[in-house]
Design a protein around this ligand. Structure first.
Ligand code: MN
Length: 191
């Protein structure tokens, strides 16, 4: 993680981050590595290659998906600050404005999608190959890669991502997450 466990306070709490990163994410890393020990022919592939070419393999789908999605999630956040739109400029800002009308338009769509994920999963901001942006949801540890989309940002809405602090109030967590988005990173991912 590019910040300390308490770096997202007060928006995302330290205890949640420690358990989420070290236990939940760590387990996906361990399980993926254990599985790849039995599959030498897959060891040279990137996560993206595993998740497109070998996604029919349930071990890959679950564990490589869990690693990939958590890397996108943890990497898409930055130190907590009240300056919500820090780093949001240039091409990314223009593209969001073109495709959602405004930052507020994106936030509303992202919030709605993240709220509506039934059970465990993620909401994503993605780009089509033509550069147009969209918001989608995925279940469990599925990724947008199988849809041919470029993932720019995700929010993990598995209960482990927010239950300690927010219990059943997922909406509070989505609002808090919006404060710690690393728009510079999102911009780099858009390219
Ligand atoms: Mn998670």
């Amino acid at each position: 993680m590019p910040y300390p466990y308490n770096g997202l306070e007060p928006f995302i709490d330290e205890r949640t981050m420690r358990i989420h990163h070290d236990k939940h994410y760590g387990t996906y890393v361990d399980n993926l590595n254990k599985y790849l020990e039995t599959k030498p022919e897959l060891q040279e592939l990137t996560l993206e290659e595993l998740l497109t070419k070998h996604v029919a393999d349930t071990e890959i789908r679950h564990n490589a998906g869990g690693v990939y999605n958590h890397q996108n999630y943890f990497g898409g956040m930055r130190l907590g600050t009240s300056q919500i739109a820090i780093g949001l400029s240039g091409k990314l800002l223009q593209t969001i404005t073109r495709d959602f009308g405004s930052i507020q338009g994106l936030k509303e769509q992202f919030f709605k999608s993240a709220s509506e994920v039934f059970g465990s999963g993620y909401a994503w901001l993605c780009a089509f190959s033509n550069g147009r942006l969209c918001v989608i949801t995925t279940a469990n540890q599925d990724t947008p890669l199988v849809l041919g989309l470029k993932p720019l940002l995700c929010i993990d809405v598995w209960e482990h991502a927010y239950y300690l602090k927010h219990q059943n109030m997922r909406a509070e967590y989505i609002d808090a997450f919006w404060n710690v988005i690393n728009w510079v990173r999102v911009s780099e991912r858009l390219g």
